[in-house]
Design a protein around this ligand. Structure first.
Ligand SMILES: Cc1ncc(C[n+]2csc(CCOP(=O)(O)OP(=O)(O)O)c2C)c(N)n1
Ligand SMILES: [Mg+2]
Length: 610
């Protein structure tokens, strides 16, 4: 057996450069680049290995914050439909723990990212090193153990030869759509630099075939039977439909069988161009989708993990005999709501369902109902979007304008605050930009770095927009605009200035009747801040100014930031879907007690679906 003498870090870099994914005949690098901030934990171990990587198989990029680089990897992986991602290296201690929120975002949303936190010395000759945890009971515990519950796969590399077993396992998990998430290899700083005679085969090119799991006949039969019995069927499409590239199959099923279709946040755009599309579902969805959901007797959920925003905290489906059919590559998700399950790739499962349902269609009155509800929602939306006397422009008008001026080659990234709520309700993807919504973790600060990842994946094509609130701008990761400049990557960020954490403020006022701790009360010059980071910046207070700014921003080569000053407390029309939050059972204030009691009455809608 031939061997190659390398440090663990060199072996890691060489291995990653030889890994490819393949699906439907298209090959991509599993990990095509690495983001990193060096500290003493990785600067002399992984650092030289990257610098000396002669083939430059891994491009190196320097972010400004470790959490941000994980979000960048998430955006990159989503744009590549989870078939390619980025690695992230951080120094021991705070550099590594800064990645925890990113790890959680990736794993909660089932998005592959490769995390390489640095760790203490495996040999422990130094005594407690700076940043060691020194746990009283567990001598081998370090702060990096916090990654364990947040990772789809975790391994601590305590000897260089462990990589021979660990690296292929890391690749397997990254590319398994039923298991993927943050894959974390915690690298002791001494081990990174230690040499070993690695088997040469480890570095041979390897193609990881990402196969599509076909549906099992028995599951398919039961699902078809359940759907054929439906009088009021509804389909809910989640992010899995996008990752599986199953939009055409979904459209064919819906069109052929007259199935109304609703989208989760991650599934936004899944029913693009479909006649019976009724938009977003759940708490942030449309009244049309929610009206149908309340009466649906069979709900087919595809590629969704059915979080509370989607199901209205298990209150949305009110038909007394409602049944569910779950299509998902993850068995756990397929089984949710007591569904008849089809554990399979969405594209194959939807194709098989359409074949099996051939000749059957949902009753005409229900199809007409979907069209009526859709029309009514459009009217309600139009009147909600109309200017009101005495009001400044609203966030929803800003989004509608951006929607009108965007093209299918553009991308929109949203994750938190009212931007994600409003985009789910009003953004029309047909003829406009597809949306990447991260609402599974809804991480404030994920947007700009994630948009950067989308831009890296797309090259120079189109515009990549991130729409964020002012609170999100202040919370952090706006410094990634500097990274964008360094990398020559163009982004346009729309910062909606409403003077506070207004989404939560709206919730607070609705559930407690109070206003406490959520508005800023100071002015901030966001445009000047963005300029200081080297961005082109604009401040707009009218929709005409916004149109001009968007036009100018398109022509910019540096990142652009558009600050939109909107009516501060104006929220969009509600979705008609109840949502459970913990409300106070005791309060000194009568209004809070009344609102809490009203909220608690909503709990009578909650059901156990099996
Ligand atoms: C990292 C993080 N912290 C806290 C929250 C809870 N949260 C959700 S929205 C929000 C306020 C967002 O404020 P802003 O970005 O100004 O948007 P707005 O609500 O005003 O539209 C908060 C605090 C979160 N989602 N993410
Ligand atoms: Mg705000």
């Amino acid at each position: 057996m031939t061997s190659v003498r390398l440090t663990a870090a060199q072996a890691l870099v060489r291995f990653l450069g030889a890994q490819w994914s393949e699906r439907d005949g298209a090959r991509r690098r599993v990990v095509s680049g690495i983001f990193g901030i060096f500290g003493h934990g990785n600067v002399c171990g992984l650092g030289p290995a990257l610098e000396e990587d002669e083939g430059r198989t891994l491009s190196f990029h320097q972010p400004k914050n470790e959490q941000a680089m994980v979000h960048t990897a998430i955006g990159y992986a989503r744009e590549h439909k989870l078939l390619s991602t980025l690695a992230c290296t951080a120094s021991i201690g705070p550099g590594s723990t800064n990645m925890l929120t990113g790890a959680a975002t990736a794993t909660v949303n089932r998005i592959p990212v490769l995390l390489l936190p640095s760790d203490t010395f495996a040999n422990r000759r130094q005594g407690p090193v700076m940043q060691a945890l020194e746990h009283d009971l567990e001598g081998d515990l370090t702060v990096n153990d916090a990654f364990r519950p947040l990772s789809a796969f975790f391994d601590r590399i305590m000897r260089p030869e462990q990589l021979v077993a660990s690296l292929p396992e890391a690749m397997r998990v990254l590319l398994d759509p039923a298991q993927t998430g943050a894959v974390t290899l915690s690298l002791h700083q001494d081990v990174q630099a230690e040499a070993y005679d690695y088997p040469a085969e480890l570095f041979e090119e390897r193609i990881w075939h990402v196969t599509r799991r076909p549906p099992a006949e028995a599951e398919l039969g039961a699902a078809i039977e359940a759907l054929r019995a439906a009088e009021r069927p509804l389909v809910i499409a989640g992010g899995g439909v996008h990752y599986s590239d199953a939009l055409a199959e979904l459209a064919r099923l819906s069109d052929a069988c007259g199935l109304p279709g609703a989208e989760t946040s991650a599934g936004k755009g899944a029913f693009d161009g479909v006649e019976l599309a009724v938009g977003g579902i759940g708490v942030t969805g449309t009244r049309a989708a929610n009206a149908l959901a309340r009466e649906a007797d069979v709900v087919l959920h595809v590629g969704t993990r059915l979080i509370d925003l989607t199901t209205g905290s298990h209150s949305l489906f009110q038909h007394p005999e409602v049944r569910f059919v779950g299509v998902n590559i993850r068995s756990r998700d397929a089984h949710k709501l007591g569904a008849a399950t089809v554990v399979a790739d969405a594209q194959l499962a939807l194709r098989a369902l359409a074949d099996g349902l051939s000749g059957w269609s949902a009753p005409a009155p229900w199809r007409d109902r979907a069209l009526d509800e859709g029309r009514r929602w459009m009217q309600e939306l139009a009147s909600d979007l109309a200017p009101r006397a005495g009001e400044r422009m609203t966030q929803s008008q800003v989004l509608r304008t951006l929607n009108e001026l965007s093209t299918p080659g553009d991308r929109l990234v949203v994750a938190s605050g009212t931007p994600h709520v409003d985009v789910h309700k009003l953004w029309d993807t047909s003829g406009s930009a597809p949306c990447l919504m991260e609402v599974g973790f809804s991480c404030m600060g994920g947007e700009i770095p994630s948009a950067l990842g989308v831009r890296m994946a797309r090259g120079s094509e189109g515009e990549v927009y991130a729409v964020i609130g002012d609170g999100t701008y202040l919370m952090g990761n706006a410094a990634e605009l500097v990274t964008a400049r360094q990398e020559g990557l163009k982004l346009t960020v729309v910062v909606v200035e409403n003077g506070g954490y207004q989404s939560i403020h709206g919730l607070q006022r609705a559930r407690t009747g109070r206003s406490f701790g959520l508005e800023f009360g100071v002015d901030v010059d966001y445009a000047a801040n963005a300029r200081s980071l080297g961005c082109a910046s604009f401040v707009v207070s009218t929709l005409d100014e916004l149109r001009d700014a968007l036009d100018e921003a398109r022509g910019e080569t540096v990142p652009a930031v558009i600050v939109a000053r909107v009516e501060p407390r104006r929220l969009m029309l509600d979705s008609g879907c109840w949502w459970d939050v913990g409300v106070a059972q005791v309060s000194k204030r009568a209004e809070t007690r009344e609102l809490a009691a009203e909220h608690a009455r909503g709990r009578t809608l909650q059901r156990h679906y099996g």
